[in-house]
Design a protein around this ligand. Structure first.
Ligand code: NAD
Length: 497
């Protein structure tokens, strides 16, 4: 049975009662101020519910609970096997409730239900499982210091960790943050983006059922300049692990400097170059170029948004993209066959449209798409779009559009392609297509990006680190390297004579 095809999603949506209160110290509660903010369904523009708008008072309550839980040892001092067992129970519950979680994700973000089930919920469960499994397999170190001393290098949880996440992949990015933080024994406060809080609140309900002790995992929905800022400035939070825009990432560094110098891990924006050489398998490259920019409506931090293509194959590659653009035309996100859904909000849709206009004013040619679609739905849809004849210094080549808009830049030799690719303030990801593997590998070495794919795009696994060079951030999510953001290293020196 296929869960995606065999579920009546519209009927399920009718009966759904999303949680809309904050989750603090093991209880679902209203904001202290009793304020709320509305959450809309991007597919039809209708309000889903009003959600507790947490502010500094709620952040304070959550931090107090999180600190108390941390100091009591109720979580960090559990035997590794016990902590692992509770987290694996949570994972099992997430899988049991995959329909509801996927539906909440689709209603909140506008992404296709097929992706919410197969990618978002599945990756969230797999990611949390991976970190749970690490708990009793990670060994500490002994520094090689000769016979007269024993020098232990041990990892300890940092304390209270706040995870502040964006709206584009709440379940997946949430799991990248809370997985290592909880596995290491920290207390966690998760702040979802105001546009997409519902799946995080469901995770809280399941965490409670799984037996995660009160205060150890809290979820604070709220607006960025209220809840987000209060987290950034709080004197008793030890680390913030943030994913979002470069602009807000910069603010978190300022908040840290103005408060307690809390550690700040940043996963920020991107403008990832996708280099296609004349030596590429063009048919295959076309499919990857399409999904690299149009998957998730282009609302992906590492989207392959700059196509840097060798002059001799550009026309052929653009021709090969046309059927993909048709296939990925937006549809109702609750239809199991839909491959592209709605953009997150009316404002964002308008912003993407403005970039498409701007590109043309700057001299680009609109080669595919560019229009707002499905207006009768009341939702916010823009189809696959290609801006051709773009120069790398145009605004549409430099700024993150965060929509389904591919810009096409031509080059003559690979040196030039690498220079164009690196000429960006971002450095999150890159790809190069070339059948000559030595050439491709030499190019990959010189691309300044946290992830470089050769003859692929967006292949990913929880055991490979993910993060950015330059203004795409610092530190890494996923893999064992993610523990660096949420743990301290302690040296214990024991003299033996
Ligand atoms: P955003 O930066 O606007 O918001 C991210 C989070 O920060 C939200 O929870 C928001 O409420 C909070 N926030 C907003 N303003 C704040 C403020 N003044 N103080 C404190 N907190 C504040 O980003 P977004 O629009 O939700 O997401 C899109 C951005 O996220 C894009 O730039 C995208 O590239 C980036 N992103 C990066 C990655 C990555 O791994 N590098 C992954 C996904 C998304």
């Amino acid at each position: 049975m296929s869960i995606v095809a065999d579920t009546n999603w519209r009927a399920l949506a009718q009966s759904l009662k999303p949680r809309n209160q904050a989750f603090i110290n093991g209880q679902f509660v209203d904001a202290v101020s009793a304020q709320t903010f509305p959450s809309y369904n991007p597919a039809n523009g209708q309000k889903i519910t009003d959600i507790a708008a947490c502010d500094a008072a709620d952040v304070d309550r959550a931090v107090t609970a999180a600190r108390r839980a941390f100091e009591s040892g109720v979580w960090r001092d559990l035997k590794p096997l016990e902590r692992k067992t509770i987290l694996l129970r949570w994972v099992a519950l997430i899988r049991e409730h995959q329909r509801e979680l996927a539906l909440l994700e689709t209603l909140d973000t506008g992404k296709p239900i097929k992706e919410s089930v197969n990618v978002d919920v599945a990756s969230c469960a797999a990611g949390l499982q991976w970190y749970a499994e690490c708990i009793d397999k990670l060994y500490d170190e002994i520094a090689p210091n000769g016979p007269s001393s024993l020098v232990l290098v041990t990892r300890e949880p940092i304390g209270v960790v706040a995870a502040v996440i964006p709206w584009n992949y709440p379940l997946i990015i949430g799991s990248w943050k809370i997985g290592p933080a909880l596995a290491a024994g920290n207390s966690v406060i998760l702040k979802p983006a105001e546009q997409a809080s519902l799946s995080s609140l469901k995770l809280a309900e399941l965490a409670q059922q799984a037996g995660i002790p009160e205060g150890v995992f809290n979820v604070l929905p709220g607006l960025g300049h209220q809840a987000g800022q209060a987290i950034g400035l709080h004197p008793d939070i030890d680390a913030v692990v943030f994913t979002g825009s470069t602009e807000v990432g910069r603010k978190f560094l300022e908040y840290s400097a103005r408060s307690n110098l809390k550690r700040v891990g940043l996963e920020l924006g991107g403008k990832s170059p996708h280099i296609v050489t004349e030596e590429a398998d063009l048919e295959k490259a076309a499919m990857y170029v399409a999904y690299a920019i149009w998957y998730n409506q282009g609302e992906t931090c590492n989207a392959g948004s700059r196509l840097i293509v060798q002059r001799g194959v550009k026309a052929k590659l653009l021709k090969l993209l046309e059927p993909w653009a048709e296939r990925l035309a937006p549809g109702d996100p609750l239809d199991p066959t839909t491959e592209m859904g709605a953009l997150i909000s009316a404002e964002h849709c308008q912003r993407v449209r403005q970039y498409i206009e701007l590109g043309q004013q700057e001299g680009a040619i609109l080669a595919i798409g560019g229009r707002q679609l499905r207006p009768e739905s009341g939702g916010w849809y823009i189809g696959p779009t290609v801006l051709d004849r773009v120069q790398n210094d145009m605004q549409v080549a430099r700024e993150e559009i965060f929509g389904p808009v591919l810009v096409v830049i031509e080059y003559d030799d690979l040196e030039e392609a690498i220079a164009l690719a690196n000429d960006s303030e971002y450095g999150l990801a890159a790809a190069v297509w070339c059948r000559d593997i030595s050439k491709a590998h030499l190019a990959a070495r010189r691309l300044r990006a946290g992830t470089v794919w050769i003859n692929a795009f967006d292949h990913t696994s929880i055991n490979a680190p993910f993060g950015g060079y330059k203004q795409s951030g610092n530190g890494r999510d996923k893999s064992l390297h993610a523990f660096d953001k949420v743990t301290e290293l302690k040296t214990t020196w024991l003299e033996l004579h």
